[in-house]
Unconditional design. Structure first.
Length: 348
């Protein structure tokens, strides 16, 4: 029976992979339309009860993007995001007295606005971004450091240190080998209702001192998140990357603290990310390791991802992936879960 299920699942993924992929459609001289899909065929094992029920084909994410040029200086972008929550998800709820609790609720697919912003060029290679736009580091990491958002979230997003989008205004650009983004944000992040009582200042700067090298730093400072007194998240990080035509290596270090808030996830937290890859044939053999000690108490949660990713055809990327996650809680046994299978990104 299991063999039949795996064959059926593999056939379903194969059908997706046979779809011809293309890049974004140019509707006219000023408007471009793009679609991106993430799918996978994964099999699970580990310490979580009944984890095998997650086996099979899963549609994880779809992005529909419309980008338009309004003038020589102004451009706009809208991205709709459909996220699959087919399994239970963890949510933090709050009662009228301000007490919080973590609960498991049934998941469901949902569509929401991920990005909606206006870019206005203020000088050569410098622009201002208004609206629901990218935060300074997460998307930069996805595109320039990790590079495999379709396989897994980037380091700070994975451990919920940061979000990828928020309402606000940003100044960004480059000067020579220096790039930067400085943002004034609501702080709540996308899909959250602004409360008007606390705001965030965030930024990133990266510099290429020599061919193949990239070094940089980022920060996030916020007060009264969700209107909670003492809930003052602060984040800081450093990274260094080397890359050439055959090889890449990256190291990151980050700190995270949520202030005096009683429900804080991070208290003097520290995290590390190491990753690398080697070009092999038409793709890359990659390995990534994360460790996060959220409360600086020696209980490090870890993530290990390895695999081989390659371009199957135009617009279709495929990866064979192995993943292991270990979660630690005080006075409880460690929980280690594993998964393996195929992950696909399709761009239309």
């Amino acid at each position: 029976m299991l063999a039949k299920k795996r064959c059926a699942a593999l056939a379903a993924v194969g059908g997706l992979l046979c779809a011809s992929g293309a890049q974004a459609y140019q509707l006219n001289d000023d408007v471009e339309l793009g679609l991106k899909l993430y799918t996978d065929l994964l099999f699970y094992s580990g310490d979580t009860p009944d984890i095998e029920k997650n086996n099979g084909v899963r549609f994880r994410r779809a992005y529909l993007t419309v980008a338009g040029r309004l003038s020589d200086k102004a451009k706009a972008k809208l991205t709709l995001d459909q996220r699959s929550l087919a399994h239970e998800e963890t949510r933090v709820i709050q009662d009228s007295a301000g007490d919080t609790a973590t609960v498991e609720v049934p998941g469901q697919d949902k569509v929401f606005v991920k990005y909606l912003y206006l870019d206005y060029k203020v000088a050569h290679d410098h622009k201002v971004r208004f609206g629901l736009g990218t935060t300074p580091f997460v998307v930069f990491d996805e595109r320039n450091l990790w590079g495999y958002r379709w396989i897994a979230k980037s380091f700070t997003d994975q451990w919920k240190m940061q979000v990828s989008a928020d309402l606000g205004v940003s100044l960004m650009g480059k000067a020579g080998r220096l790039r930067y983004q400085v943002s004034a944000l609501n702080g709540e992040g996308y899909q959250k209702t602004p409360d008007g009582r606390g705001f965030a200042l965030a930024g990133r700067a990266d510099f290429s001192p020599a061919e193949g090298w990239l070094v940089g730093a980022w920060f996030h400072s916020e007060s009264q998140r969700a209107g909670q007194s003492g809930y003052d998240p602060s984040r800081m990080g450093l990274f260094v990357r080397y890359r050439n035509d055959r090889f890449r290596a990256l190291a990151q270090y980050a700190t995270a603290d949520d202030g005096s808030y009683s429900g804080a996830k991070f208290k003097d937290g520290k995290g590390y990310n190491l990753q690398g890859g080697v070009r092999l044939g038409q793709g890359e053999l990659f390995l990534r390791w994360d460790a996060m000690d959220a409360k600086d108490n020696g209980q490090e949660d870890t993530l290990l991802i390895g695999g081989y990713a390659f371009k199957l055809t135009q617009g279709v990327d495929l990866a064979v992936v192995l993943r292991q996650e270990t979660d630690k809680e005080k006075s409880k046994p460690d929980v280690t879960d594993n998964s393996y299978g195929f992950i696909t990104q399709i761009k239309l």
